[in-house]
Design a protein around this ligand. Sequence first.
Ligand code: SAM
Length: 252
Amino acid sequence: MQLPETVEVEPGLDVQDLADRFEIFEALHTDLEIATPMSEADLEVVVDVVAISDGDEVVDLACGSGVLLRSLARRRAITGLGIDLSPWMIDRAARADTPAGAPLRWVLGDAKEQVSELGAFDVVACLGASWVWLGAPGTVRTLTEHTRPGGRIVFGDMLRRSGIKPAQAAATPSADEVIDHMSSLGVDHVETVVTSDASWDAYIGETLEAYRRWKAANVDGHRFDDDVAEWVEAQHRDRALLEWTVIVGRRR
Ligand SMILES: C[S@@+](CC[C@H](N)C(=O)[O-])C[C@H]1O[C@@H](n2cnc3c(N)ncnc32)[C@H](O)[C@@H]1O
């Protein structure tokens, strides 16, 4: 896979190896801008809540196709850095039309490694990749450590629905538990955006459509059929217990 020259690649990474590793995720998200159970309208609500200002420096960890940075850059003159480990995703991010003049940089790299080299930003986001820091607490801590006082953290994950016991949901935290944890780290809660079941259903439908397109364009595309069936089953299982939640906080 040949990435655009504008993509910075973390030294030592084997791009082809990563392309193979992330191919199934790409097969499910071909041409999808948002790779979570969030509609474009949901994302715009999140962007409203972040209340971006001209000159803000923003980093998006596990940025996927870069949709959050592009949406923020359409609102204000930001400087953005997107980091993702999938060559497919970062390729799309780097090739997408950016709002005129927006200085957005794209790095193919492990967000955990990359962020440890970075200082503080005005907005630090991670939507849908908490496993990188072994769950919500570690992710929120990392986001906070790289946020300037007064800056915002934007954390998105599947969190436990109310009424579901921790043991039923493999101890996944609830939004209230994450907000308490944020507070203990010096982050005030600004807003929680919970997407509807309809957004999750639409996401599952869009990934199946994306996979159909992938199969039509790849002679051996069907080799992921069993994995995709399992993935969809897992989405339905999770949907009963969890809800896609984005929490925005402001660092004191
Ligand atoms: C559920 S998707 C979310 C993408 C994007 N944030 C969005 O909202 O559309 C998770 C992303 O994490 C990326 N990823 C997985 N492991 C990673 C890592 N160690 N470092 C950086 N990105 C990673 C995947 O390539 C994928 O793009």
